[in-house]
Design a protein around this ligand. Structure first.
Ligand code: MTE
Ligand code: MO
Length: 320
């Protein structure tokens, strides 16, 4: 494990992260989304040299946000899992530096009335964007608290008018080994694919995230758009999505295919169901000093009130 730095409880509005620097040209390429909202012509000169100063406007805080202490910007952006950019925690922030996520479109297909290829700008309606402070609990036994900027997955999906045949929804990450160097090695069966049951996807909690700490989404966190499902282990929260498909049958998902014994399709955070190789009862909170005791992992990552009913009558040891 990497050495963990202590985090500080700073509000998103107060932070001025200093770690991400990009040259002006790259910066402009990758911030089409925010230029679109902020009005590039007047705003650009003032903030063009630092990604950190780009802020999404007028964000209200989601009622589902946790009040727990937020992890530092530095830990959130330097301790990542993103195998398309390398397998160690420090790889993505190094290897994703030059990734250009603009222009970006999402292909929507399958069981819906409005299949199409949508530009990411189509979804960036200022009124729909909110701050969502969610704890990300990785299956590896650690967690961090991330102030996402995003919008409701359910609202997005409803816009595509899924048919009654749509029982699941599948998400796919970009496949491009020239831009995602980790894909040159067969570590996983690329592209990375994840999926949800349609009722899970339509729950109030999942979001499509387009930013964090009030700014645009850093490449290493899944730019320009990624899923966040707060009651499931982190691997369900798929990054850099280029395709959404409504299906009749359960999608074949990457980690479940890779090792079905260790990674179930549901992957609900559950302290009572151990991973075959370790306990899931506790988690190390990234940024906490080493001497602090681990945190007790919460059932459904603390979101039982919103999601327990999705699984009533299901044996969660069998459907892990
Ligand atoms: N495409 C893709 N999405 C991914 C991953 C990945 O390797 N590739 N890693 C997952 C895992 S295991 C975790 S814990 C989270 C980490 O998100 P973060 O780096 O933004 O904290 O992303 C998830 N989404
Ligand atoms: Mo993870």
């Amino acid at each position: 494990m990497a050495i963990i730095k202590q985090s500080s409880a700073i509000k998103p509005s107060e932070i001025t992260p200093k770690s991400v620097y990009m040259d002006r040209r790259k910066f402009m390429q990758r911030t089409v989304a925010s230029s679109f909202l902020l009005g590039a012509n007047t705003m650009l000169p003032a903030w063009a040299d630092r990604l950190s100063t780009v802020k999404w406007p007028d964000l209200s805080n989601s009622t589902y946000s946790t009040a727990d202490k937020i992890t530092s910007f530095e830990d959130i952006t330097t301790y990542n899992n993103f195998y398309e950019f390398g397998t160690s925690k420090s790889d993505p922030h190094q290897q994703a530096k030059n990734f250009n996520p603009h222009p970006w479109s999402i292909k929507v297909e399958g069981e819906c009335e409005k299949p199409n290829t949508y530009n990411i700008e189509d979804f960036l309606k200022p009124a729909a964007l909110e701050d969502y402070i969610y704890r990300l609990r990785c299956v590896e036994g650690w967690s961090m608290v991330i102030p996402w900027v995003g919008f409701s997955l359910a609202k997005m999906l409803k816009g595509f008018k899924p048919t009654s045949q749509a029982k699941y929804v599948e998400f796919t990450t970009l496949l491009d080994k020239s831009r995602m160097p980790g894909q040159r090695r067969q570590i996983l069966d690329w592209p990375y694919v994840e999926g949800l049951r349609i009722d899970e996807a339509m729950n109030v909690l999942p979001i499509m995230a387009v930013g964090l700490y009030g700014g645009v989404l850093p490449n290493q966190n899944g730019a320009p758009i990624r899923l966040v499902v707060p009651w499931k282990y982190g691997f369900k929260s798929i990054k850099s999505i280029v395709k959404i498909r409504f299906t009749k049958t359960r999608p074949e998902t990457t980690w479940n295919k890779t090792n079905p014994h260790e990674y179930g399709f549901y992957a609900n955070v559950n302290p009572n169901v151990d991973h075959p190789r370790w306990s899931q009862k506790k988690e190390r909170v990234i940024g906490e000093p080493f001497w602090k005791p681990k945190r007790a992992t919460q059932m459904f990552n603390g979101y039982g009130e919103q999601v327990a009913s999705l699984y009533s009558g299901m044996d969660l040891k069998k459907y892990f």
